[in-house]
Design a protein around this ligand. Sequence first.
Ligand code: GDX
Ligand code: MG
Length: 385
Amino acid sequence: MSLVVFPFKEEKPEVLLRNVRIALAHPRVKEVLCVGASEDHCFRAVSAAIPELSREYGKRVTVIVQERLGELRPGKGDGMNTGLKYFLEETQHARIHFYDADIVSFSEEWITKAEDAADEGYQVVRHYFPRSSTDAMITWMITRTGFALLWPRSALPWIEQPLGGELLLTRAAAELLLSDPRVRRQSDWGIDTLYTFSMVAHGLPIYEIYIDAGKLHKLYGALTDLKTMLIECFSAVQGLKDEDVPAGTVHHFEYPGPVRQGVKERVGYDFERTLWLLREKWTDRQVELLELFPRPVREGMLACREYPRFSFMDEDAWAETYLVLLERFDPADADWRELLFKLWIARVLQYTTAVALRGYDHALHYLHRMVARYVHRALLGGSAA
Ligand code: GDX
Ligand code: MG
């Protein structure tokens, strides 16, 4: 039997409660746990609804505030790790599922597919979804790029959605993750990176299941909303750069189905608002820091102070930029954070105009090939044609 955990922060209670009901109705689910960032409005609404839910389904439902377990900004990582700890210390269930609380397309199928794969013996089951070609720009440009450049022989670069918050772990997998000090300290948005990293580093067999209906959830506007997530996800990779990851993890994935037109046509962010972020918040120190980067990047970024530019930030320029960032980026330094943000925006805009504009199929093929080329580059130097 399984425990389902929803980490949440300031979500709409009706969305979370709908998801809690779906989980409670599933025959494999014995208990549901909601882990709140604080006692916010959503926390109070869910707490009030619990007695009736428990009675209706005859199952245990609990809502708790996350513990302070990590060392970085208290965020989703403390929430997920509190869920893991509860699962291991307070229950005897065999499996734990995590789902984001804000999903409006959640269904019984998500739980069933994960359970079916776990029945086959996989220790980790991860959900992945069709996404628009301009979505997931942290995943592609930060996480998968970093995984390819740093651990080209491991399974890491090939994980479809390494930042996905939807996954199942067996008890043994949960024990390994929570006892990994690298995972426990990661209290912020870097937690998804650390879970993925740790499960591959420990050689746990992974199955990625494809959820055709897609993950519909709260949306962002300009890329500014993603700034903290970007910085924390990059820092998480950077913090791991000297770690070893063995090759040979079993990683299977379900072949994706045809992608619906609505997903193909979706624009992932507001292009015009994002463009102008390139001109903003420049300081003398950021200009100095640009000295560390290859010339086309330095000159291109300097020109952004007058007029937004990005065509210079192609795949190779980004790899070189990324390698400098891995060595020199300082997450405690506001100028470094702002510069990382602008460099990433230049990369996202370049990709959008040079690749994504040519259509969904072209773009998705490009992104997968880009990861493969980064793997090749890391193994053999230079870039593969
Ligand atoms: N307990 C707790 N504490 N929950 C949190 C916190 C926190 O500090 N911050 C966010 N959450 C919850 C939130 O309510 C939601 O249920 C989930 O975590 C994800 O947050 P959301 O704001 O919906 O983020 P988003 O952009 O949907 O990101 C998710 O997907 C990304 C991805 O798939 O690429 C999230 O799981 C990211 O970590 C992931 O990178
Ligand atoms: Mg969301």
